[in-house]
Design a protein around this ligand. Sequence first.
Ligand code: ADE
Length: 241
Amino acid sequence: MKIKILTLFPEMFKGFISESIIKRAIEKEVCEIEIIDIRKYSPEKHHHVDDTPCGGGAGMVLRCDIVDMAISDNKTDKSQVILMTPQGIPYSDKLARDLTKYDELVLVCGHYEGFDERIRSMANMEISIGDYVLTGGELPAMIVSDSVIRLLDNAIRKESSEDDSFSNGLLEYPQYTRPVSYKGMDVPEVLLSGNHKEINRFRLKESIRRTYLKRPDLLEKKELSKEEKVLLEEVIKEENV
Ligand code: ADE
């Protein structure tokens, strides 16, 4: 997959692409990331990209002609052009998985007090990462890229993303490592038993327990299997004594 990020602040992405899993994914050619400075499309002497709002008011607005040139120069027939904005579709695990199907994403980061409304018509989709307003679309673009890249083949071990929170509509089960006993907190015995059937049952049940306690809204949306229903009933009994 190729991800192109159109931004006014290319420096913000330096750490993102040069560390950890994203760095390795780029090295292994799982994905390619290109950071494009929108300012390079400005016809202005000082590379200004914004102007005062029509109708008056405070602040500056990102110009649509400059963003149009940046998008047109970077999109191809295969691209999905996505605008990062708090007015977009709420981002989710499901949307991240849907985005893995594209060969190329062009992520457009809005900035300053706002952008010209006509920029919306240049995108295939708008994404919001949550109901709060950030200073720009750069962090959202990193969040979308990070969550999509880790789902691509060979980015991380397949089992890791299959067990993720949300991937099966449940929060992930608790994990432990050594020491087995620490400050009075012990690793559950079943995890040391070597009995994989029991371990799987424990993990599924604890996944259900966490979801029941922390995110009951997810349980309402999920169609439970027979085994999951039995485990949920056990959890409800245990949690309501
Ligand atoms: N830009 C500013 N805030 C944002 C948000 N919550 N999601 C996506 N893009 C944004």
